[in-house]
Design a protein. Sequence first.
Length: 262
Amino acid sequence: MRIGFRLARILSTAAVIGVCALASVSAARAQGSVDDDARRVLSSLSSYLGGLQRFSVEYAAVDEVITEQGQKLQFLHSGSLTAQRPDRLHAVRRGASGTSEVFLNGRELFLFGRDAQAYLQLPATGIAAAIDAVHGLGFDAPGADLLVARPFDSAIIDVTSGTHVGMTVIDGVEVHHLAFRGAEVDWQIWVTTGDRPLPVRYVITSKTVAGAPQYTLQLRNWNVAPQVDAGQFNFVPPQGARRLDPASVTVNAIGDMIIRTQ
């Protein structure tokens, strides 16, 4: 009985703390501003991550899709990424329908579908240009905020309000939980404490699509000083691989043949 009573008190206290935290979030959002703690953590993240000359990270992502019947489905993929600012990038993405790779060598961007043995080649002299090139094809690029020179900069991203929800633990590491609202999306980010603030979880919720689908990105095994082989950013088409003409490839075809891994 005594143990049950203590457990009930603990759960009750936790519930009260949760309600207070949610009330704080609601109040901050109602004010339409970003609170000081949220701004400080986000600024630290932006400065630190944006100041890294190179880094590598592994990720797992969940992409929600709402069917025409209103059913919400989750598609999973995972992979790794190595970036060397300002103009080198290599990413691998693995999912149910295959593996794709992205190469940026300082002059050109390659999107390669291993299973389809087909690739796109686009001009891009830097990471920012590569992101623009992908957007130009009609693709969104969730997580691209990690790669730009000023990642998660509240001055240039979709933020109308934000708050520091509180502290929590992910994979044994203490992190800040931040929540933001924007005109088109709401988003949350969990950032490690200390002098190396890095994101470990990132959730984007669409406000313009019925059913509010989410994109969730889990980040792990950050390396802020990886040993980089210059050759890993260069793409050499395998024998028999087809080069696709970007002007003649639809978004669906690119998704099926190059980027789609779900």
